[in-house]
Ligand binder design. Structure first.
Ligand code: BG6
Length: 461
């Protein structure tokens, strides 16, 4: 069957500043929580590789943008590093950073690639973390100022802005499950961090609108459709709770301008509501977006809890549901994530039916694989599995579009094998293979395939 996409469909990939730039102590940049955490606890990072060992986009931007062009990208998302642009978080703008980001944006445009820019992709400046990070309400204003600085500096050329990438991840990682700094496990603090992130998002949207910048503003959410084990009401309720906590805690504020009442009631019931101030509801209502980026990797399978919770233990999401290993599900054996392409269709349909069909696009989707060098054939990685992964997801995305969903594009994670948070180079995702020691870049088979798909705006399967 031939799958053809609407004219002007966005084909591209996504990446982020910290995962690609390198030079984390140079060019006037200050440290992020990742630099500090790595210096303190390198054993937490796969093979002891930290955020300085990247594909060095800071030096190789021109070569990499030429590769994006070769792969027929018409759009590309990366982030601006807050700690590079405003090293002390709130004060002077770093002129070297302005030159760097101007150069990157100008080169993308010169190559016919539309820049999509994220403002916060997990890289909290350490100076801000020392003031409490997202737990401290003052960081909301500091982030808004940083956002406004970006709009003023780059808004004449950047027309697609995203306040946050996957804001739930620093909440889960940093305050619930110990895979991001500051390694706290405390639901109430997690709820506060999530709440302040929503306020920071909404403050940035307000400034964007007040400044009458051209273009559109959105957010990138990692949506994990929650599937119950069965139709049994207890399982269905478990899936509903997981959906409220991990999807709708951000989706509803940014699309509907308010929190779901069910979520408020749930947090009240367990005495976990964050502190609200007068004016917050109006601010959140102003944070409605123009464009939603959807990162989709895997669904969430849940069931009701089989055993009672210990009422003396601190509250955690798992009080409300249990994870369920559905028999026969297809897994990515390297990353341990389920592969379920229909999930993309379910997300789009849910948005169309329940959220008034917002403008959206797939801002990340991809497959991390270990030791890809074993698949080298005639000098390049023959990653058929990645082509299958992408084409299966694209087929379901296409079905969503044919039923009326406003999905405007597909960005793969990621362009070049990049450094990943605690995983270093364990799982490689790129269209382009990176040799970390020589910095050599070789396009994988999937890169060639994607390039042809983007050029023809279609593929056969
Ligand atoms: C997304 C993030 O969650 O998934 C990326 O936006 C990340 O930054 C990607 O690298 C893949 O996850 P991981 O942990 O396998 O690198």
């Amino acid at each position: 069957m031939k799958y053809t996409f609407p004219a002007g469909f966005w084909w591209g990939s996504a990446s982020s500043a910290l995962q690609t730039e390198g030079e984390s102590q140079h060019g006037g940049k200050s440290q992020t929580t990742w630099d500090v955490w790595f210096a303190r606890q390198p054993w937490r990072f796969h093979q002891g590789i930290g955020p300085d060992e990247t594909s060095t986009f800071y030096q190789h931007w021109q070569q990499d943008i030429a590769l994006l062009k070769q792969l027929n990208h018409n759009s590309f998302r990366t982030s601006i590093s807050w700690s590079r642009l405003i090293p002390d978080g709130t004060g002077e703008v770093n002129p070297e950073a302005v030159i760097f980001y101007n150069t990157v944006i100008d080169e993308l445009l010169a190559q016919g690639i539309t820049p999509f820019i994220t403002l916060f992709h997990f890289d909290m400046p350490m100076v801000m973390q020392e003031k409490g990070g997202w737990e401290n309400r003052d960081v909301v204003a500091a982030f808004a100022r940083y956002a406004d600085t970006c709009f003023r500096l780059f808004g004449n050329r950047v027309k697609h802005w995203f306040t946050f990438n996957e804001p739930i991840v620093p909440v889960e990682g940093g305050y619930l499950y110990d895979f991001h700094y500051p390694n706290v496990v405390d639901f109430r603090r997690a709820a506060t961090v999530a709440y302040h992130t929503v306020l920071a998002h909404a403050s940035a949207v307000r400034l964007f609108r007040a400044g009458r910048y051209e273009g559109e503003i959105g957010i990138v959410l990692n949506l994990t459709p929650s599937y119950p084990r069965s139709d049994n009401p207890a399982d269905v309720n478990a899936a509903h709770c997981a959906d409220l906590l991990f999807n709708r805690s951000f989706l509803d504020p940014v699309l509907r301008g308010q929190y779901p009442q069910d979520l408020v009631e749930l947090l009240k019931q367990y005495d976990q509501l964050p502190l609200c101030e007068p004016g917050d509801s109006a601010l959140i209502a102003d944070g409605k977006i123009d464009l939603l980026g959807i990162n989709y990797y895997q669904p969430r399978r849940v069931k009701c809890r089989d055993s009672a919770v210990n009422p003396d233990a601190p509250f955690m999401p798992e009080w409300l549901f249990d994870h369920y290993d559905m028999p026969g599900r297809q897994m990515n054996p390297y990353r341990g994530w389920e592969i379920y392409p229909p999930g993309i269709y379910d997300i789009l349909t849910n948005l169309r039916v329940n959220y008034n069909n917002p403008r959206c696009f797939i801002s990340e989707n991809g497959m991390g694989v270990e030791n890809e060098a074993r698949f080298i054939n005639n000098g390049k990685i023959n990653d058929e599995y990645r082509i299958d992964f992408i084409s299966n997801h694209l087929a379901w995305l296409h079905k969503g579009i044919s039923e009326g969903c406003q999905c405007l594009g597909y960005h793969m994670w990621t362009f070049i094998d990049n450094w990943s948070w605690c995983n270093g180079y364990k799982n490689r995702y790129g269209f382009v293979q990176l040799d970390l020691s020589t910095q050599q870049r070789i396009v994988k088979k999937s890169g060639e395939w994607f390039s042809a798909v983007a050029a023809s705006n279609s593929f056969d399967k």
